[in-house]
Write a protein that binds this ligand. Sequence first.
Ligand code: AMP
Length: 144
Amino acid sequence: MLVQQILKSKGDSGVITVTPGTRVAEAARILAERRIGGVVVSSDGTRAEGILSERDIVRALAVRGASCLEEEVREMMTRNPVCCTRQDTSDAVLARMTDGRFRHMPVVEEGRLVGIVTIGDVVKARLDELSMEKTALEGMIMGH
Ligand code: AMP
């Protein structure tokens, strides 16, 4: 399955971004409100300059305490995140996420942000695919 099919099945929900100058407390509020685990960091909403995950915030809280919430996102984000394109396969994305130990991947086309896929999206797509294959194989065996 291709990333473009995963994006299509998620609907055109857009990508939630914050600017590098956003306070971490505000980013945390957005993560909680939108029930997501990470946001793409972008000055203009089109270039994926970084990614801020709930894990980055939890680690900073453990090391620096609550004062880290006053920092700007640029100080805490992971710069130059690994990205994929709509033409990448779900297997390739899953392999990169597993190797890199992260769960979010911005989707870019000609340097512009067009979506985001999470490990949950990829696993769901794979399970749906397996379920369809199982139904098709059962149909063939039963002679339907
Ligand atoms: P996650 O598992 O996605 O919540 O993130 C775990 C760690 O990997 C955090 O430090 C993130 O900032 C970082 N991270 C998340 N997504 C990516 C990505 N696509 N490329 C590089 N680092 C990432």
